[in-house]
Design a protein around this ligand. Sequence first.
Ligand SMILES: [Zn+2]
Length: 275
Amino acid sequence: MKKMFVWYHRFVLFLLLTRVSSTSSLSYTDNGHIDTNTGRALNQDQGDDHQIHCSRERSRAAWKIIQEYLTPFVEKEKYNISRTCRLHPDNDIYRDQEQHKSHIDINEWQCGYCKKTFYEEKHLDQHFDNRHSNLLNLNESRCLADVCGALHCDHEMNSGSKKSKCNPAAAARNKHLCEAIADSCFPVNEGPAASRLHELFLHQFCDAHSCTGSGKPFSRGRRKKTNVIYIVASIFLVMLLLLYYLYIYLYQRGLKRETQMLRRISQTGRKKKPS
Ligand SMILES: [Zn+2]
């Protein structure tokens, strides 16, 4: 009997161990993928990935800055940026992939090419690198992250963290790059709209490249966006307030009725007493 118990114990332990090893191997191959089978296939073809020396994250930051701090002004002037300008969408090798990203839910990112879903954006990025890197137009396109120095990507990406020391040589280099971008994207001899945008670009991005701390980046403002969350929250607050007042109103009406009832009872009681 004792021997049987020991064997049973060993069997249970064995089962538990195999269970743990299988789940851990799943979580490794899973790669954040909701579908575990495809996750495994993903890892297999990681071996032949092409090395691309262009940061996707920084390219994304640069793109965001352009959209927020430059595009509104370019649209207002109805100006068409030429393809020779480094800020043109065609000069971002990740643009097509980024446009095939859909953020369905907080923890759900979908690949627009093959419709696979992922828990996190970084896993979708990895999937793009592994599965759809053939879609990157590497011959013609340039790395948008290369203009990050001029566009203050670090300022935007590390907003909130403490400032790093200013390096005069780096600031001068970034200013030079910034002014070169202004010249190529908005040539002053191309008309009033181009020269207005040239002026704006210098103030918006280039002036802040100095260690004297005189100018701040994006001094000319950003895209005004109607925040959906803000609107929903205000509607919710108004409804809450209405409910609160309704409750108070009903409560006081109830109190009034109660006091009236009590008065009536006491009055009838008083009337009854003398008889
Ligand atoms: Zn895909």
